[in-house]
Design a protein. Structure first.
Length: 148
C-alpha cells in the first residue's frame, strides 16, 4: 500500500537521493546549497511544500509544490506542482498518481482553483500518466535565466 505524507526529518537522505536523480534526469547540476535550502523550506512547510510516497516504509517518490496568486482569478490561488519523481523500480505501481492526488487534495483544501505542472516533451513515460490524469492545454514554456 502506498502511503503519502509530509517529509519527516529522518527522510533527508532518501529525499535527497530521489531529488538528485530528478535533477540528473533533466541533465542539470545544482550546488549542494540548493538541496540544503530546499530541505529547510520543506521542513518549514510555509512557502514550499513537499510530500513523500512510501512503500513498505521506504521513501520511493517525492513531489514539491506551492500555491501562488492567479491574475485571471484574483480571488483564488493556483497550485504549481514543480517537481515529481519516483524511483525507477516502482514506476507503474501508482506512486506518481498517488502523489498527484495528494497535491490535488492539498490544493482543494486551500481553495485553489487548479493544479498545474510542466514536463519536458521528451518525457514520454510521465506524459502517458499525465495524459490520463490531467488536460494538456498546449502551452509552450519559455524561460530567461537570470544571474544570481
Amino acid at each position: 500500500m502506498i502511503e503519502i505524507g509530509k517529509l519527516r526529518p529522518s527522510d533527508r537522505a532518501a529525499w535527497e537521493g530521489l531529488f538528485r536523480a530528478y535533477i540528473d534526469f533533466y541533465q542539470r547540476v545544482e550546488p549542494d546549497e540548493m538541496y540544503d535550502r530546499a530541505w529547510r523550506e520543506f521542513q518549514a512547510d510555509t512557502r514550499l511544500h513537499a510530500f513523500g510516497a512510501r512503500l513498505d516504509g521506504g521513501l520511493v517518490g517525492i513531489t514539491h509544490f506551492f500555491a501562488h496568486a492567479n491574475t485571471s482569478a484574483p480571488d483564488t490561488d493556483v497550485c504549481y506542482l514543480q517537481d515529481l519523481f519516483t524511483a525507477p523500480d516502482v514506476r507503474g505501481q501508482g506512486v506518481a498518481t498517488a502523489l498527484i492526488e495528494a497535491v490535488t487534495s492539498w490544493a482543494t483544501e486551500r481553495g485553489c482553483s487548479r493544479v498545474y505542472w510542466n514536463t519536458h516533451e521528451s518525457n514520454s513515460t510521465a506524459r502517458r500518466l499525465y495524459d490520463k490524469v490531467a488536460e494538456n492545454r498546449g502551452f509552450i514554456r519559455y524561460q530567461i535565466e537570470l544571474s544570481r
